[in-house]
Design a protein around this ligand. Structure first.
Ligand SMILES: C[S@@+](CC[C@H](N)C(=O)[O-])C[C@H]1O[C@@H](n2cnc3c(N)ncnc32)[C@H](O)[C@@H]1O
Length: 284
């Protein structure tokens, strides 16, 4: 890894152990509800079965880990891996000492997973933050048995994800834009380009790489109304990053602009906006 990439990677780890991790822990319940449609589709595609060994990469606060832990019983086992101490601690509190679940607080790009142990390498949005994704996936592949599968969800391009871009553009009416990112820089949209994902997985030694586009509606309010949706967007993802450290006055103005941008989408208690993901599958 050259030093620019190493710095990007290190800043991701710092973010998930700092402001990013704190935001996710605070908003865990709501985030699980907003992202439930993603969990449903990616867990169904992964189809974890009793007796299987599974690694949940970047498991965060444990929403998918909980479901996988049940799906592999009886007889299976699960490794919940994340580099964020606060998020993994939340996962551990929620899931407890359920049989067959081990927690690993580590950088998945370099962690020594037990070679050939897993049948399934799974992730919901936990694999887009690596400085060197080829090395990362090659490392994680070592944890899979030959013929084992990887199934993960990642975001498609920003323009296809108004659930994140609409509030962000509204916030930008009042706060400075985030530093421009190159499309390949680690971040939520770094796996948006399907050719890049195929190249990464191929170079990391995976075969039968397939990407399926799935379009979803994400209710930013989780049924709790427009103000809840505004509060949620202020605290999560790119919008929260753009607002980190700004004055209360600017934050209030940004909140007003987000309110105006979201209000045409309000439908009773719901505020549904479009989200676009890839379900990526490949074989070790
Ligand atoms: C967008 S969150 C998704 C969390 C969870 N999978 C979910 O869907 O709720 C991304 C997760 O990836 C984790 N992550 C980022 N870089 C990582 C790395 N190098 N090794 C392990 N986990 C990492 C973060 O700490 C965070 O928990």
């Amino acid at each position: 890894m050259n030093h620019v990439i190493a710095d990007l990677h290190a800043s991701q780890i710092a973010y998930w152990n700092g402001a990013g991790g704190d935001h996710w822990v605070r908003r865990q319940e709501l985030t699980d509800q907003v992202l439930a449609p993603v969990a449903e589709v990616v867990l169904a595609r992964a189809a974890a079965r009793p007796g299987e060994h599974v690694i949940d990469i970047g498991c965060g606060c444990g929403a998918t880990t909980l479901v996988l832990a049940d799906a592999v019983q009886p007889g299976g086992a699960l490794v919940a891996a994340d580099v964020s101490e606060p998020m993994l601690a939340r996962a551990r509190r929620r899931i407890g000492d359920r049989s067959g679940v081990a927690y690993v607080c580590a950088d998945a790009t370099t962690h020594g997973f037990a070679p050939g142990w897993a049948d399934l390498l799974f992730s919901r949005f936990g694999v887009m933050f690596f400085g060197d994704p080829v090395a990362a996936f090659a490392n994680m592949r070592q944890g899979l048995r030959p013929g084992g599968r990887t199934v993960f969800a990642c975001w498609r391009k920003p323009a296809e994800n108004p659930w994140m871009m609409l509030p962000l553009q509204a916030a930008y009416l009042h706060v400075p834009k985030l530093p421009k990112q190159e499309p390949d820089d680690p971040g939520p949209f770094s796996f948006g380009d399907p050719d890049r994902v195929r190249r990464i997985l191929g170079a990391a030694g995976f075969t039968q790489v397939a990407l399926e586009p799935v379009d979803l509606m994400l209710d930013l309010a989780s049924g709790r109304g427009l103000d809840a949706a505004v509060a949620y967007t202020l605290d999560i993802g790119a919008t929260s990053r753009a607002l980190d450290g700004v004055s209360d006055a600017l934050r209030a103005e940004a909140a007003g602009a987000i309110h105006d941008a979201l209000s045409p989408h309000a439908d009773g208690g719901r505020v549904p906006l479009a989200g676009a993901i890839w379900i990526v599958t490949a074989t070790a």
